[in-house]
Design a protein around this ligand. Sequence first.
Ligand code: ZN
Length: 435
Amino acid sequence: MEEPYFQKTLETMSRSDLETYQLKGLKKTVRQVYDNVPFYKEKLKALNIHPDDINSLDDVKRLPFTTKDDIRRNYPFGLAAVSLNEIAEIHASSGTTGTPTLGLYTLQDIERWGDMMARCLVMSGLTNKDVFQITPTLGMFTGGFGFFYGGRKVGATIVPASAGFTRRQIQYMLDFGTTMIAAIVSYLLRIAEVAAEMGIDLAKDTKVRKGIVGSEMWTPEMGRRICSIYNMDLYDIYGLTELCGPGVGNDCRIHDGIHLWEDHYIVEVIDPKTGEQIGPEEKGELAFTTIQKDAAPLLRYRTRDLSYLYDSLTCECGRTHRRMAKVQGRVDDMIKVSGVNFWPSQVEAVLMKQPNVGTEYLIYVARKGSADHMTIKVEAKSKMSEEEKKNLAAKLSAELREVLIFTPEVIILAPGELPRTETGKAKRLIDERAI
Ligand code: ZN
């Protein structure tokens, strides 16, 4: 079967054409922010850089970084390169840790976002014959609308269900014959639970065979669990509100790395401590320079997401845009317990390997005296005796020790004991030491 593309010429362009395209975009963007955004003009002047000095892609290294704090300090429109009149849409992240970060778009930005989303959706198997159910919120968040704009371009039958009302969502799936679903991972798990309560087997009773998920961190182990519950293929979409929302990149049917749309972004991996650019296959912080954005272009935006770029510039799917490894954690999400640094995802990977463990868990960290104490509460997949619970807890505790070096306490709960969220990301970590 021939590989489907949404924009074949752009998705498969040669490296040299792509680089020519990128340099043109970079020059335009530096000029745009120099002329229209006082924040950038000052920064560039301080570094003695004039837009005419940008002559090669390597010159991106000379440009100043932009941080999330810079975006917050310039809330709401300080980084806009166009007048409010030209801004067609405003979206915002949740802002749970302070001022929300905004996504600003001109009409052209919306078009381009829709194109990137359509590429990601086609890469994930969406066609104009699919019934596509969108479960992320259609509101201030970028998720719902991103899938909506992309799905429309592909010509699929869209069910803009938005978040929550899980029983109703499942009814839509059955009634409309949904074949593909967009969601965050924790919501796919919630749907699975409610479906079980309703006596519905998602794998047998629905036609959902493709899923596209983003926003939350999830391990391949969790992905495999979900694929078997739904009997579907799962795709990983990457994005950030500041860059456009979802749609910055996506994994292809090979499921080996995420293609990043390099005709829209120049991507770098940097050392999070020194800011020095580092090479392919080396892990560091992702930084993006937008090269096709008009409303609020960003230079070297530091994402805090940790990953690495692949050395290889080719892929079996035929796309030439560089791949990155699945994001392995955020600089800010790393926790330190008893002197050991790790990400909650490392715990999830161990838990999900056990077939009799359910998909809900909570990591709880507290200080006891002068020592850190970590408890992991995890639900059993089905009802268990006290004896079975004790044995499973001991097994998990020993396996976690291999990864964490210290031994955490593990408590096995009955199915359904942990609190659930109907909308938004699941809370997997409570760190009492920080409260
Ligand atoms: Zn590929």
